[in-house]
Structure formats: C-alpha cells, structure tokens
Write a protein that binds this ligand. Structure first.
Ligand code: SF4
Length: 454
C-alpha cells in the first residue's frame, strides 16, 4: 500500500520521466508553487524584528501567497519565513533554482535543518535538495525617517532583481460580484492590518522615493534591476486621479529622481490607448495588462469586475493597441496558470486546459506579444482557493511549460525582457518556472528594452 506522501514523490518522478525536456528543477518548483511548503521551527528566523536577522523575510508584497490565513500558519506567522529559497543538489542534482515561498503547514514538502544545522528540502521525509536562504540585504537594515521599513515600502523579490511597489494595497473591484475569484489582495490587506503589521493602503510618494534612495545607496553591486508599480484596479478615481495618472505619477517621480537606474514596469488594467501612452510618457518601459485566463466562459466567471467594466474582447483589443505604444516585446500580459482547471467551472481534462491556454498564447505570440504566467496559489480566502485547496494538477503545470516554450519558438520569439537571465540554473523569476524552462541563450538583453519611438 502506498501512502499519500509516497505518491507525491512518485508523481514528480513519473512526470520527470514523461517530460524529459522539462527541467527537473521546474517540476519541483511548480509543485512547490502550486502546493506550498512547510517550515520546521528550525528553519524559521529567530527574531520577530525582521530588520535585524540574517535572512531576508517574506514581505507579503501584494497577495498573501499562502495556503492558510496568518492565524492558521502558527510559528510561520510570528517568525517570518524567507521571501524565497534556493534549491541545489540532492538526488535529482538540481541546478540553482529560486522559488518563492508559499507557506502550507500541511505540505509534504518541508524545509528543515539537519543535525548539523544545514537546511534541506524534504519530500515524504527524504532529503531532496539543499536549501539556501536569501541574505538580509543591507538596504533592509535601514529605515525611513518616519521609522517605516524599506521592506514595507519597497520590498525586493526575485533574489533582489525586482523592486515590488504595490502602491495601492487594495482593489476597487470589491466583493464577490467584482473581485477576481482567485485574488486575495483585499483579504490580505485586512489580515495584515488585523495582525498589527504596518501595511500602508496607499504608499505616499515621498516614502517610495526615500526607500528607493536607500536601495540605490546600499545596493552597491546593482542587483536591483527593475521596479514594478502595481496594486488594485482603480475603477473611479483615487486621490483625484485615474488609474494611468495614479500609477504613472510614481514612474514620473522615480524617473526624474533616478533617471534610467531601473527598468520601469507597470501592472495595470488594459487601458485605452491614450492612457497607455501616458504610462509611456511617464517613463514606464514594460506594460503588463494581465488577461488572467484565456477561455471566455472562465474569464466571465473568474473576473466579473473586469468583464463588467471593460469586457474580455475590449481587454484584448487594448492589449494589442498598447503594443503600438510600447512595442510588442514590451507588452507582457500575465495569466494565472492553473485556474483553467479549477472546480466547478474549469476544464475537466489537462488536454482541454492546455489547448485553451495555447490558443491564447498563439493569439498574442503571433502578434509579437509574449505573455507570461504566474503559478496559481489557491489561497483559502478566495472562492477558487476554497473550492480547490490542492490547486491544479501538476501535470497541467508541467505540460504548460512545454507548450509555452514550443509556442514561443514556433513564433520566433525568445524570453521576454525585464526578467533577468533564462535557463535552468540561471533564472531568478520566482513565481513560476517559465524562465527556468527556456534556453539560457534566449535571455533578452536588458538594453533591448526600448519603445518603437525610441
Ligand atoms: S483586478 Fe482582480 S486580480 Fe487585480 S487586484 Fe483587483 S481583484 Fe485582484
């Protein structure tokens, strides 16, 4: 008789065997991202004061990306887990693989220290890799004049590559009839406040600039390469500004103060072309108008706010229009990989889900636009997370990596700009393994980022 945890090892090994072209690293990374990992107390930081430790803590940079609410996470809520872990070695001879931390105390994957204090990743009780933790960056040790931490105002992810500026911590799509059905941005804001953590709803401009000045000063080897401006959708106005002006004002101020220091990206709704032009005028260089899920029936159900305010067809038209402003290479819409298979509305078979997803990839890639994806984390306070605590089948995620690469190559494209290096052992993008699964030589040079108008 096999136990439940033994079958998880068998599952990853059978997929590694069936899909030998997908890096082994990516199979394990996808499984960790869809299902989370548990932390032994031995692997958690010793201090509640996150600025004084040796390990860079999880910042909760936008969503919770956990499989439990903070009160359910036990020690992992009080003693913060790391932002990311890096896997190497072990029986699968893993090359260096950066994985975003999604906490799940019930996961068969466990990070723990051995008798010598050396951290490892255990699956079904067997050690499957060494685990490295991100060192506390110097810039996290300094606070703003008002005492706020850099981690709260301008956290970095992807092993320090990306500064993640969620300048609006809630979404104006609010409640069951408007919120995207897989998104816990509003719940995460409430739970961070309830836990007494500083978690600023709208980040004041001067704080953002002050935090960036600290990063610029102490990030002496210039690991931080890009910043992302993002937050919830703005359907009316926020502080008197529409969405393009609200998010764009930060880009404008950053570019004026630190011209060209980082690649500016914005994740926002698919806006009309004139608004998109304003983003570009403000200095944004990469635009992420996320289309979330390709299938029309699922988009309508999963993104009721976007469907009602904009509509799927118009959303797609605007994505294509924005390529005329930014250049198709610099329009990189995201989709949430896995929700295609969520109960009760999703596809019942992996074949159907992959076919639908590839149709969307082909639609954009045939026009020179390269979507990218994050691996769905079924957060328990979202409707889809509640109904699907296990997430999507791992086979879907593995086959998506294969299909994504094939569609990209068929269209003569390479990995999108602004993601750092590609290839197993090189990638730093931590919330899906699409960059780990592309050939190393396909990495786009960062200086290729330019608009068609220069
Ligand atoms: S638009 Fe949807 S995915 Fe984006 S923050 Fe709002 S609810 Fe979440």
């Amino acid at each position: 008789m096999t136990t439940r945890s033994e079958s998880r090892t068998e599952l990853i090994e059978s997929l590694m065997e069936r899909f030998p072209h997908v890096p082994r690293e990516a199979v394990i990374k996808e499984d960790l991202l869809r299902g989370g990992m548990a932390f032994d107390e031995s692997a958690l930081s010793d201090t509640a004061n996150e600025a004084s430790g040796e390990v860079k803590p999880k910042s909760y940079f936008i969503f919770s990306f956990d499989h439990g609410t903070l009160p359910e996470l036990g020690a992992a809520a009080l003693r913060r887990p790391p932002e990311e872990i890096v896997l190497t070695g072990g029986p699968y001879e893993l090359r260096r693989t950066v994985v975003s931390v999604r906490v799940n105390p019930a996961s068969p994957y466990r990070v723990a220290a051995d008798d010598n204090g050396v951290l490892g990743l255990y699956l079904d009780g067997a050690r499957i890799s060494d685990v490295g933790l991100p060192p506390m960056p110097d810039y996290y040790r300094h606070t703003l004049e008002n005492g706020k931490s850099v981690m709260e105002v301008a956290p970095t992810i992807q092993w320090g590559y990306l500064i993640y500026l969620t300048v609006f911590r809630v979404c104006q799509y609010f409640g069951a009839k408007e919120e995207c059905q897989y998104c816990d941005i509003n719940h995460n804001w409430r739970q961070q406040k309830a836990a007494g953590r500083p978690y600023t709803g709208v980040k004041p401009m001067d704080e953002v600039l002050e935090a960036l000045a600290i990063i610029d000063k102490y990030d002496t080897n210039k690991s931080s390469t890009a910043y992302t401006l993002t937050g919830g959708a703005i359907t009316t106005r926020l502080q008197g500004k529409d969405e393009a002006d609200f998010y764009g004002q930060y880009a404008k101020a950053i570019e004026e103060r630190f011209p060209g220091r980082w690649i500016g990206k914005v994740v926002a709704q698919a806006l009309p072309k004139a608004d998109v032009q304003r983003f570009h005028d403000y200095g944004v260089r990469i635009y992420h108008p996320n289309y979330e899920v390709w299938d029309p029936y699922l988009f309508e159900r999963y993104c009721p706010g976007k469907e009602r305010y904009v509509g799927r067809d118009e959303w797609h038209r605007r994505i294509l229009d924005s390529a005329e402003v930014f250049g198709p290479r610099n329009v990189i819409p995201n989709f949430v990989a896995g929700v295609e298979m969520a109960e009760p509305f999703g596809f019942k078979t992996v074949d159907e889900a992959i076919d639908s997803t590839v149709e969307g990839l082909q639609y954009f890639m045939s026009r020179g636009i390269t979507p990218r994806f994050t691996t769905w984390c079924p957060e328990p306070t979202t409707p889809l997370g509640k109904a699907n605590p296990q997430g999507a089948p791992l086979e879907y995620h593995v086959r998506l990596l294969e299909a994504y690469r094939a569609t990209m190559e068929a269209n003569g494209l390479s990995s999108p700009p602004g993601y750092g290096p590609a290839g197993p052992g090189n990638a730093v993008f931590s919330v899906s393994s699409f960059m780990d699964s592309l050939p190393a030589e396909a990495a786009a040079p960062e200086d290729a980022i330019a608009s068609p108008r220069g």
